[in-house]
Ligand binder design. Structure first.
Ligand code: FAD
Length: 338
């Protein structure tokens, strides 16, 4: 790990804050206000103003302990990037609807209607992360000119119902109902999906950064649990354990390089690739960390339990694995036929 790029003093402070609250966020499925204030004080919600790499650095550092907390920073940053402005506070990204997430346009029921100077949003969304914390909601809604992004300030016309999911707990993923919520246009009519994709590409890279954080945590758990002497040798002296460490370290190095390279371009194929590779790495790493702890790795609400549950979600959120595979394949074929 290059100390200066990923783990400077700022990242260490974010990691330390996350470590103090990680178990509570997971158990309560909610990030306490004190934690959000601490992250705000450290500038986590302004990192996006310094570019994608700064966001990814924060996401990786926080994910060593609490991917659910890192997700709050990531979704806020993706929303800001999609609309091209940071309204302050925390922003929620509200695209997916109960009718389907992957095929968003086929099911877009939420609509915006002009009202005076602004608009009114009506419809139902699901899996809107950050909803319990948000000062603003970035909503994809249909208009007579096609889908568009709207920014709705929190109001009593926005009803939030947090979901009780098995992983990324505390990310605030919620069912959200908009009942004529006042909003303003945050992009160009007809270009809503294209604008949202800028944020989604950062989101996918962010999922890879969450995976890097989980791999970091796994390696440090394996190194320390591996000091235990079993049958006369330390666990880390067994080749079976060493090869597991090497596999995780190799894949982590490759993913780290891909994420660094893609942070500058937000290339959609590279971002989708990083996300799928990251999900596999995180699942492998979480499983290995749990295994080396033996029975102790099975404790309810433990760090390794959280890693296993959180890594599971990486194959579904920000686009299901299969959908990204289809996308990567079609772009690859197109480039081969060009
Ligand atoms: C923790 C979490 C946070 C989220 N945060 C947000 C958020 O902040 N904002 C937001 O708008 N959305 C958010 N989402 C929604 C997320 O983007 C969707 O869950 C995702 O896009 C998948 O959509 P879906 O769940 O509706 O699955 P569906 O589209 O119904 O797909 C179901 C399953 O079908 C399979 N499948 C789909 N297409 C294919 C195919 N072509 N070939 C083979 N199999 C296929 C996949 O395995 C997929 O998992 C979040 C989800 C989670 C879990």
């Amino acid at each position: 790990v290059q100390e200066s790029l990923w783990f400077d003093e700022w990242a260490r402070r974010l990691e330390e804050a996350a470590s103090r609250y990680a178990e509570r966020v997971d158990r309560e499925n909610l990030a306490p206000r004190e934690l959000l204030d601490e992250l705000e004080g450290l500038g986590a919600f302004r990192a996006v103003d310094e570019g994608p790499l700064r966001v990814l650095q924060a996401v990786r550092a926080i994910s060593r302990w609490s991917p659910g907390t890192a997700h709050i920073v990531l979704v806020h940053s993706s929303s800001v990037l999609a609309m091209g402005e940071n309204p302050g506070g925390i922003v929620a990204f509200s695209m997916t609807e109960p009718g389907g997430g992957t095929d968003i346009l086929a099911n877009l029921q939420t609509r915006a209607e002009g009202a005076g100077d602004g608009y009114r949003i009506t419809g139902e969304k699901i899996f809107t992360s950050n909803a319990p914390y948000a000062s603003h909601f970035l909503v994809l809604a249909s208009t007579s000119e096609g889908p568009a992004l709207f920014l709705a300030p929190r109001s009593d016309r926005i009803h939030v119902e947090p979901l009780d999911l098995l992983g990324l707990r505390g990310s605030g993923a919620s069912r959200v109902v908009y009942r004529g919520a006042p909003a303003r246009l945050a992009g160009s009519p007809g270009r809503g999906v294209k604008e949202a994709l800028r944020g989604i590409n950062l989101g996918r890279l962010g999922y890879a950064a969450i995976a890097l954080g989980i791999a970091d945590a796994a390696l440090s758990i394996i190194a320390s649990a591996g000091q235990k002497v079993v049958f006369g040798r330390r666990l880390v002296e067994y080749q079976g354990i060493q090869w597991r460490i090497a596999e995780i370290a190799m894949e982590r190095a490759a993913l780290e390089a891909l994420v660094e390279k893609t942070a500058g371009t937000l290339d959609p194929v590279a971002a989708a690739s990083a996300k799928n590779l990251g999900a596999s790495l995180a699942q492998k790493a979480a499983w290995a960390a749990s295994q080396i702890l033996g029975g102790r790795g099975l404790a309810r609400w433990s760090r390794t339990e959280r890693m296993m549950r959180d890594s599971r979600v990486l194959d579904i959120g920000e686009g299901a694995r299969e959908v990204l595979l289809d996308f990567i394949a079609s772009r690859t074929l197109r480039s081969l036929q060009a």
